[in-house]
Every structure is written in structure tokens, then in C-alpha cells.
Design a protein around this ligand. Sequence first.
Ligand code: G6P
Ligand code: ZN
Length: 544
Amino acid sequence: MVSKTIQTQPFTDQKPGTSGLRKKVSVFQKPHYLENFVQSIFDSLEGYQGKTLVVGGDGRYYNRQAIQIILKMAAANGFGRVLVGQGGVLSTPATSAIIRKYDTFGGIILSASHNPGGPDGDFGIKYNISNGGPAPEKVTEAIYSRSKEIESYKIVEAPDVNLDTLGEFKVGDMPVEVIDSVADYAELMESLFDFDRIRQLVTNGKFRMCVDSLHAVTGPYAHNIFEERLGAPSGTVTNGKPLEDFGGGHPDPNLVYAHDLVEILFGNNAPDFGAASDGDGDRNMILGRQFFVTPSDSLAILAANAKLVPGYSSGLTGIARSMPTSQAPDRVAKQLGIECFETPTGWKFFGNLLDADRATLCGEESFGTGSNHIREKDGLWAVLFWLNILAVRKQSVEEIVTEHWQTYGRNYYSRHDYEEVDSDRANTLITSVRAMLPTLKGKRYGSYEVEYADDFSYTDPIDGSISQKQGVRIGFTDGSRIVFRLSGTGTQGATLRLYLESYEPDSAKQNLDPQEALAELITIADDIAQIHKLTGMDKPTVIT
Ligand code: G6P
Ligand code: ZN
């Protein structure tokens, strides 16, 4: 095996964000850029010699080239074996499942999640640890520090592996196994959900559903699970052919970017159920006929109905949600008498709680829901969970959600995003709101009175690690909240996120449009943060 050591110089911008390192494809194509980061990952790990690594990505542009480089670097650095998805494709949840099933050392996921792909789009890379979850902050910080001083990387000279053929190959002396991208994941889903019951529902001739894969990674998974294993009519899965540029679309399952699906579900003769997932398959959006389920409500409803699903029939140990996610799940946890955790944004913060079995279900407002079956959020898992509930309860999505609100009250919720704001302006805005925090308590704004105002800081209950400055919260005495945060996943300028929430216990008042129900809070938020003035934008770019 010919292994070479290549001299390099550090890049200063390889700091992982909310979910790994994300940059424009052209940045990753700079000489040594990807290699430096991969070597920084390996240099930050201990004890991987001879062990197995999983590698896969969402199939976006540059996935295949990056995988060939990573295989050669893994061989040169002494990994014992690599499992790689066929065609270089593994969804993020499938990667997590495979790391756990085969007890591997860790995995590398190539994805920029919901960000657009193609030569002018984004690319990304992140490392997952042996529990199948994203590396915790102490690991990502070590990778970043290493990337700032790296002087060389190791790579073997070897021909490229044929990623399209299943079976075992060699890169240098290291075996590489090209594995079926779907099988292990689909089997895991069969072990959690009542496939017989879901099959009865989706083949009864009356129930109609539509699953939009947005030309991203879930296409093959969705075809296999919904159409082949569950027998849903062919055509149930739309945009199921993964494309390197996602067909030019924005593979983000929300009301704005999944507009084709939204038009179908809100159109005439709409089907009963619709769902979409993102570029790498970890996000989900759930729709009923003319009905949108907010991700926060979705988590609360899955938790309240978990006992109907075989994999969760013995109950939940706890629920965890990210701080900006609405407090709807907290009400369910209280009713069930289980713990509820509030973590910073980023799936990595759920890892310890899941490992310690303190939480069974987790979710985020950013269209992420998941459980202890893996250590990533899981788009198709959420779809199957909903289908399982629908199959047992024999009610519509709308009926299930409105009954939930009648029982627990409704947490009106919305997120306003201001994208591609000049970074200095965005930082000025957050800094000035931070500076106001000590003066806000007790202040009145219209009918609202501020109960607390702080910058969210999280102490992990398992390992005691502290994460500070995770978003500015302003809470009012009636339980309403305004939260300001800068996104950690964008690649251009800054994205300001404004999260708004109010609580309505009266079922007669639970049918408003959230923008209407939250109108006063929206005005208060602008009053406090001067969003329009400081961003120079008169309205948000995306409202979800
Ligand atoms: C990714 C992460 C999530 C996070 C989301 C939004 O999907 O996996 O955990 O909630 O990004 O992050 P952002 O920093 O852009 O708000
Ligand atoms: Zn994703």
C-alpha cells in the first residue's frame, strides 16, 4: 500500500456549525480543503486503528468525489474497514442506524441537509460517534482547533472504488464494503411500527397519501417502505429519484419549499395525508387534508399517542425538545408524569439524554422528530409513526390534532426567518437585545408583561457540560414567548430566526391563523429588536 503524506496549510474557516461543516461546493473543491477537515477529524479521535467507519451522503453534487477521497484517507490513517452506501448514498438516519447495528467506531456523513445542492449549491461534512449521533461539542471543538494548525494529511494512492456494485473491495490494504443503502434501515422501521395495520390502511382503497422526496435521498427508502413493503399504490412517492442538484429545488420540507406537496394537500380533492423530507432524510413535514401540523405539535401528539405504536407501547421515559420549539410537548410530559428537557438547538444535544434513557422522543421546531431508535432525527420514521396512529385511531389528521388541542390547549407557534442578512447587522441586533435583557423583566407591552428575559444557557444533566448564548428568550407572564437566534446552518450572511409562541386553553379560540393569533407578539418583537430597521428588510423571507 502506497501511503503519502501531503503537506498542507490550515484554513481558518473550518468551524463546524449546528450540524457539521457546511460551505459552498466551490469551497470544498479548493485544493486540500476537504482533506484538511477529514484529517482534522481523524486527528481528534483516539483508538480508531483497525476499527470500522461508516461513510455515506445524501447524493448531492460532489458526494462521490468526496467519498473516494475519504476512503483513501481512512485507509492511510489505519481504519480497519469502511462500510459505504451503494452509490455513496446513505440517509442521515440510515447512517446512524448502521453505526449502531454494526457497532462501528463512527461515521462520516456528507450532506448540507436541507440546503440546495448542485455545483453552485452547498456541501457539508460531519462526524458521528459510536452511538450513531452527531459528535458532541467537545469533539467538534477539537476538530476545529486541529484544523487551525494542521500541516499535513495522509492518503493512499489507489484506484477509485466502484461505488455502484454491492460487495467487498480494497482501497490499499483496507477492505471497503459497499452495502445496500436501504435494507438495514427498512428492517429497523419494521421492528418499531405495526406494518400490518399500516398496510391495511394504505391499501383499503379509501385512504390516499402522498410522500414527496423532493428529489433527495429518501426516494429509494420511501419507494421501498411505502410502495414495496406496505403496498401503497405506485405513485404514492413523488420526486423519488435522487438528483445531484435536487432538481434545482430547495430540499427543505416546509410550507414554502415543499410547495408542490402543499398545493396538492390544500387543493381540490386533496388526499388524506401528505409528508415530505429533506435533502438527507432527517427532517419531516406532516400534512393532513387542508391541514398543516407544526413540528412542535407533531412531537406532542406522537408523545401523547406513543402507546399505540409497538416500539413505544411500554411508554416513554421522557421527552426532549430544543429551546425554541413550542412548549406543547411539555404539557404532554406533565400529563404523563415524565421528564421534559429543554436543550439548545442541534440534535447533538439530545445524544446524552437518549444514551442515559432519560428521553425516548425528541423534537425540534425545525421539522425534526426522532427517538431512541437511533441518534439522529428521522424523517420517514415520523411519517410511519403518524401512519401507525392514523391506522389505529381511524381518524383524520385534523381530528387528531384538534382533539389534542382540546385536551391540552393549543400552543400557537410560528417562526419568522430573515435570511442572508449582513452578518454585522445581525450581530448588532442580537447584541443590542442582549444588552436590554436585564431591563426587561416586569415591563409591559400591550397586554403582555415580561416575566423573564435571558440568554439561554444549558447544562447537560448527564455530563455537566455547559453551552452558553444559545438564543435570547423573552417570556411573558401568560406563558407566551419570543425567542431570537442566529442560525448555525446557513452558508451566506446571517439568518435571523424569530420564534413566537402563545398559549390558548379555550377550545373556542383555537382555530385562528397563527399569524393572526401571534400578531401582537410579532409587533412587540419588532419593537424590542428593531428587526425591520436593523436588517433593512420589511418582512421575513420565510414564515413557517
Ligand atoms: C439542523 C440540525 C438541527 C437544527 C437545525 C436548525 O437540521 O440538525 O438540529 O435544529 O439544523 O439549525 P439552525 O441553527 O439553522 O437554526
Ligand atoms: Zn437534514
